[in-house]
Design a protein around this ligand. Structure first.
Ligand code: FMN
Length: 353
């Protein structure tokens, strides 16, 4: 069946056989004590190698960046060795995979961080909701406000993890600046109450992107943002001007891509696409999984060059083939979404034949 999702993408940095990417999804199956990826994770990603591009689950670039049990890391040689198994398997199956670097900042807990306090731009706790730890749901704690020197260390940790990602065989990295985690905390009014140079909301994001691009090349560096997304108590007054400024600083850098999650009331894709000359990956986030129709419209209208599906790829390892065949899609089950074993993880069927 004809679909723009099945057309190859030939960008300055990325060459992909199709435009249906797999969005980053935390599945919490790494060894919790060490953050080392487990063999079943290799099987999961290799099953999805038909994606134009796989973006891995969020991976912590710093020991204090971990946001939950079973989330993998990319700071130690053992992490690099573990991820190498996965990148080899994805490449052997004909795929491409970027590592998502995910520092959660204040969206963590001492129970997740071996007793250490989470860090953030300011000592402002999340007041809504609770965080999942190995011993159940806990209230958020007041985070430690990063000193200016500690901010520099946080920036550098992204560059070091990016080098590890390339060492582990990833084709590039996506920096997670979305969903209220550390970079989005700096971008916000509610979590960034600083009075030093980082009171400029976009500065930390720009420094992280520059450091990663300097470490592994701009052509292997992507950035994910979710303007106006309120998750984790994030408030961004006037997201438009804020993100215009961010894009203004990054547009000339020839990054691999900008990944825009559209979810709030602000029409991020419509507003930002004309301000971004590089490759744009889009994801719509709402109660229902982003659909084939939404993706095709975004591609046809030029709002996006590539579309990243989350939940549809979770439940359909062979999503591009199903799109090509016009075949029905597996429904996602709630079982095994975060943590657990093979169930709900590597047991979704592919089309036969
Ligand atoms: C199980 C699950 C885990 C997720 N983990 C991450 C993550 O680690 N990093 C991230 O940027 N987004 C994460 N997301 C958000 C997805 O990448 C995507 O933006 C969202 O699911 C909307 O796309 P969809 O409607 O196609 O699922 C996650 C989503 C799901 C369902």
């Amino acid at each position: 069946m004809d679909s723009p999702l099945l057309e190859p993408y030939r960008g300055p940095a990325l060459q992909l056989p199709n435009r249906a990417a797999m969005a980053p999804m935390t599945r919490a199956r790494a060894d919790d004590a060490t953050g080392v990826p487990t063999p079943i994770m290799t099987e999961y990603y290799a099953q999805r190698a038909a994606a134009g591009l796989i973006v891995s689950e969020g991976i912590w670039p710093h020991r204090l960046g971990k946001g939950g049990p079973g989330v993998p890391g990319l700071t130690e040689p053992a992490h690099v060795e573990g991820w190498r198994r996965t990148t080899r398997a994805v490449h052997a199956s004909g795929g491409r995979i970027f590592a998502q670097l995910w520092h959660v900042g204040r969206v963590s807990h001492p129970d997740i961080l071996g007793g250490e306090q989470p860090v953030a731009p300011s000592a402002a706790a999340i007041s809504h909701g609770q965080i999942f730890t190995a011993s159940g749901l806990k209230d958020y704690v007041v985070p430690h406000e990063l000193s200016t020197a500690e901010v520099a260390e946080a920036v550098e940790s992204h560059a070091a993890a990016a080098r590890n990602a390339v060492d582990a065989g990833f084709d590039g990295v996506e920096i997670n600046g979305a969903y209220g985690y550390l970079i989005a905390q700096f971008l916000s009014d509610s979590a960034n109450l600083r009075t030093d140079g980082y009171s400029d909301h976009v500065r930390f994001a720009i420094e992280v992107v520059e450091a990663v691009a300097a470490a592994i090349g701009a052509d292997r560096t992507g950035l994910r943002i979710s303007p106006d997304n309120p998750l984790h108590d994030i408030v961004e007054s006037a997201p438009g001007p804020r993100y215009h400024r961010l894009l203004g600083a990054l547009d000339g850098m020839s990054l691999a891509y900008l990944h825009v999650v559209q979810s709030g009331t602000y029409a991020a894709l419509e507003d930002l696409r004309p301000r971004w000359n590089g490759t744009l990956v889009a994801t719509y986030d709402g109660p229902e999984p982003g659909s084939r129709e939404q993706a095709e419209t975004a591609l046809r209208t030029g709002l996006a060059d590539i579309y990243a599906f989350g939940r549809l790829f979770l439940a359909n390892p062979d999503l591009p083939r199903r799109i090509a065949a016009g075949a029905p899609l597996n429904a996602m089950r709630e079982t095994g979404m975060y943590g657990g074993d093979a169930e709900g993880y590597v047991d979704y069927p592919c089309l036969s034949g």
